[in-house]
Design a protein around this ligand. Structure first.
Ligand code: GAL
Length: 723
C-alpha cells in the first residue's frame, strides 16, 4: 500500500466511524419504538409551524421541552407549499426545514406527519384546491392523477429532509413519519379502490427509504411494516394490528377546535392526564398531545367550513404562546413521573391486580427495569383508599397515581397543585386608532363582469379559492306602476350571503358547520322598471374531512325565486342571465398592501367610522405598542370580515354569538367535546392574534374589511397578560 492509499483508507475509516457515531436507528417491537437500541416511552406534542410565526417557534419549542416533551409532531401543509402546480413556497411561516432544525437544536425528536391529506381543521384538509380541477382526479382514492400529485409532493418533502440529513437514520431528529390521515374512517366510502389506494400509499411511503418507521393513524389495515396508531380522547382500548407493533397514540386530544357560533371547549387536565395514564398503564409507549400549541389559522387557512381563526384548542400552550395553567404545569409533573417509570415500563409486561370494584393496579416489574406501578380508580364520584404492597393509597375519583418505585405515589392525575392562570386582555398603551374608509362601489358589477351564463354556478368552480367572495348578479323587470315587495328566496349551499337590491343592503343569512346550506328569505323592495339583484356569496373556510369532501358545494346553487309578485305570483330566476364577479374591488386593487393602499380615495373622519356601513374597508396607521406581551385586536364592535396588518392577513373575523351548554364542569367521566364549554352568549371570537413580529416600531397599517357594518371607532389593540 502506498502512502497515498494509506491516507485514503484512513480517511474512509474515519468517515465510516463518524457515520456510525452520528447516525441513529429507529426500529420497533411490541413494547415501543427503539431508538439507537433503546426502548423508549415518548411524550410528544403537536405544534403546527404555519399556525405561529418563525419568531415564536424557538420559544414554543423551548416551552414544549420544558414541559417534559421528547418530541414535536407537525403535519406538512401541502396547499401552502405548492400554491400552484410545481411552484413551491418554503419561506417564512412555511419554512419547514427551519422548524425541524430548531427542534433538533433543542435536542428533541420530530414526528413528521406528511399526509399529505391532513384534515387538521385546515383548508381543504391540506390538499391544494387546484388538484380538484386536474382531470380525472378523485381525492384519496385509487386514481392516477391524484396518486401522481400526492407521490410527487411526498417525495419532495422526504427528499428535502434527506438533503438536510434530518431523518434519525442520518443523524437528524425525525424518528417517525405519517402517511395519509385517519383513512380507515373514509375507506369504506371508496370501496375496493379505497383499500387499493391505502395499500399503494403505504408501499409508496415505505419505498422512500427514510430509515425510520411510518405510521398510519386510525387505519386498522395498515400493512407491515407500517404501524397503525390510535387518535381520540381516550386510547386505552386500542391494540395495533400485529403484536410486534408498539401501542401508539398519535392524537391525544388536549381540547377541541372552535366553530363560529358555538361556545369554547375545555378539556380538564385531570381527565386528560388520566386518559394518558390509562393508556400507558395498558402498555402504550408513545403519546402525542394534539394540540400542545394550537395557534392561529392566519389568512384564509381555516378549514371547516365555519371554523374560527383561533386554533387555541385549549392546549397547554395557548394561541398566543403563553403557558396555560394548570394544564401545562400539571402535565409537566406528570411527564416527570412517567420518565421516572420509563425503565420499568419498557422492560416488563404489566400485571394487573384488581384492588376493588373500580380500582386496579398495573405493575411493571423486572430485574432489569425495577418496579413501577399505576394505581387507578375509575369511579365517577367516590375516592377510594386502596391497599397495595401492604401500603394504603388515597385515590380521588377518576384518577391514577404513579409509583415509579412501586412504593411512593409521586403523582396523581386528579390532584392538581397548580394555580389556574388568569388571562386578561388589557388595553395596549396607545392612542385611539383614527380611521379612513373606502366603501365598495357595486353599481357596475354586472357590466364589468367577465362571466355571464344562464345558470347558477358552484362557487369554488368559479373562484378556485382566489377569494372568499363571489358576486351573483341578475336583474328583474317590474312592469306595474307602483313598487312591489315580493319575497326573495335564495337557496345557498353555503356559507353566508349578503343581499343587495338596487345597490342597497337588504339582509344576510348564513349556515352553520353542521348545516352549511341555508335559504335566505325576506321581503325586498322592487321598483317599477329594471331592478338589480346582487348577491354576495361568502365562503367561510373549505371542507377538511369526510369522504369525497372535495365535491362539497359552496355558493348559490338555487333555486332563486321571487314570490308574491302581482299578476305573475312566483318567478324562478335560477335559469335567467347571471353575471359573476370574483372577489372584492379592494382585493383586486390590493388595498391591504402598503403599495396598493393608495389606489383609491380613502375618506377621513370619525363620523363615517361609527356608522354601520356594509362592504366597507377601514384603514388606520399606528405605532407598535411598547412591552413584549402578545398582542390581540379587539374586534368586538364589528360584525364579519377580515383584517390585515402591514399586508398580512391575521384571519377572518366574525363576532357571532356563541350558543352552547355552559353548565358547570366536572372533570370526572368520559370527556366529549360538548362537555365543559364556556363563553355562551359572548362572541365566539372577539380577540384576534397580531404577531409582534409583524409590526415595525412606527408606521404600521391595519386594514379591516367589514361585510355588514360595525363601529370601527371601537376597534383597539390589547395585550394578553397573565394575572
Ligand atoms: C382528527 C384528525 C385531526 C384533527 C382532529 C380534530 O380526527 O386527524 O387532523 O382534525 O381530528 O381536531
Amino acid at each position: 500500500m502506498t502512502a497515498k492509499e494509506w491516507v485514503l483508507l484512513r480517511l474512509v475509516l474515519i468517515l465510516v466511524t463518524f457515520q456510525h457515531i452520528h447516525c441513529g436507528s429507529v426500529s420497533y417491537d411490541g413494547k415501543s419504538l427503539i431508538i439507537n437500541g433503546q426502548r423508549r416511552i415518548l411524550v410528544s406534542g403537536s405544534i403546527h409551524y404555519p399556525r405561529s410565526t418563525p419568531e415564536m417557534w424557538e420559544d414554543l419549542i423551548e416551552k414544549a421541552k420544558d414541559g417534559g416533551l421528547d418530541a414535536i409532531d407537525t403535519y406538512v401543509f401541502w396547499n401552502i407549499h405548492e400554491p400552484t402546480p410545481g411552484n413551491y413556497d418554503f419561506e417564512g411561516r412555511n419554512d419547514l426545514v427551519r422548524f425541524v432544525k430548531l427542534i433538533q437544536n433543542a435536542g428533541m425528536f420530530v414526528h413528521l406527519r406528511i399526509g399529505p391529506f391532513i384534515c387538521g381543521e385546515w383548508k381543504f384538509g391540506g390538499i391544494p384546491v387546484w388538484l380538484k380541477y386536474v382531470s380525472g382526479s378523485t381525492f384519496r382514492s385509487n386514481n392516477e392523477p391524484f396518486k401522481r400529485a400526492m407521490q410527487g409532493f411526498v417525495q419532495k418533502i422526504v427528499q428535502m429532509m434527506k438533503d438536510e440529513n434530518l431523518f434519525q437514520s442520518q443523524g437528524g431528529p425525525i424518528i417517525l413519519s405519517q402517511i395519509e390521515n385517519e383513512y380507515g374512517l373514509a375507506s369504506k366510502a371508496y370501496g375496493a379502490a379505497g383499500h387499493d389506494y391505502m395499500t399503494w400509499a403505504a408501499t409508496m411511503a415505505v419505498n422512500l427509504n427514510t430509515g425510520v418507521p411510518w405510521v398510519m393513524c386510525k387505519e386498522d389495515d395498515a400493512p407491515d411494516p407500517v404501524i397503525n396508531t390510535c387518535n381520540g380522547f381516550y386510547c386505552d382500548y386500542f391494540t395495533p394490528n400485529k403484536p410486534y407493533k408498539p401501542i401508539m397514540w398519535t392524537e391525544a386530544w388536549s381540547g377541541w377546535f372552535e366553530e363560529f357560533g358555538s361556545a369554547i371547549h375545555h378539556r380538564p387536565v385531570e381527565d386528560l392526564a388520566f386518559a394518558v395514564a390509562r393508556f400507558i398503564q395498558k402498555g402504550g409507549s408513545f403519546v402525542n398531545y394534539y394540540m400542545y400549541h394550537g395557534g392561529t389559522n392566519f389568512g384564509r387557512t381555516a378549514g371547516g367550513p365555519f371554523l374560527t381563526t383561533s386554533y387555541d384548542y385549549d392546549a397547554p400552550i395557548d394561541e398566543y404562546g403563553l403557558t396555560r395553567q394548570p394544564k401545562y404545569d400539571h402535565l409537566k409533573e406528570f411527564h416527570k413521573a412517567i420518565k421516572l417509570s420509563e425503565r420499568a415500563l419498557v422492560n416488563a409486561n404489566q400485571t394487573v391486580i384488581q384492588l376493588g370494584s373500580y380500582q386496579e393496579a398495573h405493575i411493571f416489574s423486572s430485574t432489569s427495569g425495577g418496579c413501577a406501578a399505576f394505581l387507578s380508580n375509575f369511579h365517577l364520584n367516590s375516592s377510594a383508599t386502596v391497599t397495595f404492597n401492604n401500603m394504603h393509597y388515597q385515590l380521588p375519583p377518576w384518577s391514577a397515581s404513579i409509583l415509579p418505585d412501586c412504593k411512593n405515589a409521586v403523582f396523581n392525575t386528579a390532584m392538581v397543585g397548580v394555580k389556574t392562570s388568569e388571562v386578561q386582555m388589557l388595553p395596549a398603551d396607545m392612542p385611539t386608532l383614527s380611521w379612513e374608509t373606502f366603501t365598495e362601489d357595486i353599481s357596475n358589477l354586472d357590466t364589468d363582469s367577465k362571466l355571464t351564463v344562464n345558470r347558477l354556478l358552484e362557487q369554488l368552480d368559479v373562484t378556485r379559492d382566489s377569494s372568499d367572495y363571489l358576486w351573483y348578479i341578475t336583474s328583474v323587470e317590474i312592469s306595474s306602476n307602483g313598487g312591489q315587495q315580493p319575497v326573495l328566496a335564495v337557496n345557498s349551499a353555503g356559507h353566508a350571503l349578503h343581499v343587495f337590491i338596487n345597490g342597497k343592503y337588504s339582509g344576510s343569512a348564513h349556515g352553520t358547520k353542521e348545516h352549511p346550506q341555508f335559504t335566505f328569505t325576506a321581503r325586498v323592495s322592487l321598483q317599477p322598471g329594471v331592478n338589480k339583484i346582487s348577491l354576495l356569496s361568502v365562503a367561510i373556510g373549505l371542507w377538511n374531512d369526510g369522504p369525497h369532501y372535495e365535491t362539497s358545494k359552496t355558493g348559490i346553487v338555487g333555486p332563486v325565486g321571487l314570490h308574491g309578485l302581482d299578476n305573475v305570483g312566483s318567478l324562478d330566476l335560477s335559469t335567467q342571465k347571471w353575471s359573476y364577479q370574483v372577489g372584492l374591488q379592494g382585493e383586486a386593487m390590493n388595498l391591504v398592501s402598503p403599495t396598493g393602499t393608495s389606489s383609491v380615495h380613502w375618506v377621513e373622519g370619525s363620523l363615517q367610522v361609527a356608522q354601520p356601513q356594509p362592504l366597507t374597508w377601514y384603514k388606520s396607521y399606528f405605532n407598535s405598542p411598547g412591552g413584549n406581551e402578545p398582542l390581540g385586536l379587539d374586534m368586538g364592535s364589528m360584525v364579519k370580515g377580515e383584517v390585515w396588518i402591514n399586508g398580512q392577513s391575521i384571519g377572518r373575523y366574525w363576532t357571532i354569538t356563541a350558543a352552547g351548554d355552559c353548565e358547570p364542569c366536572r372533570y370526572e367521566g368520559a370527556y366529549r367535546s360538548p362537555k365543559c364549554q364556556s363563553g355562551c352568549g359572548q362572541p365566539t371570537q372577539r380577540w384576534y392574534h397580531v404577531p409582534r413580529s409583524w409590526l415595525k416600531p412606527t408606521g404600521n397599517v391595519v386594514v379591516v374589511f367589514e361585510e355588514i357594518g360595525g363601529d370601527a371607532s371601537r376597534i383597539s389593540f390589547v395585550k394578553r397578560t397573565l394575572a
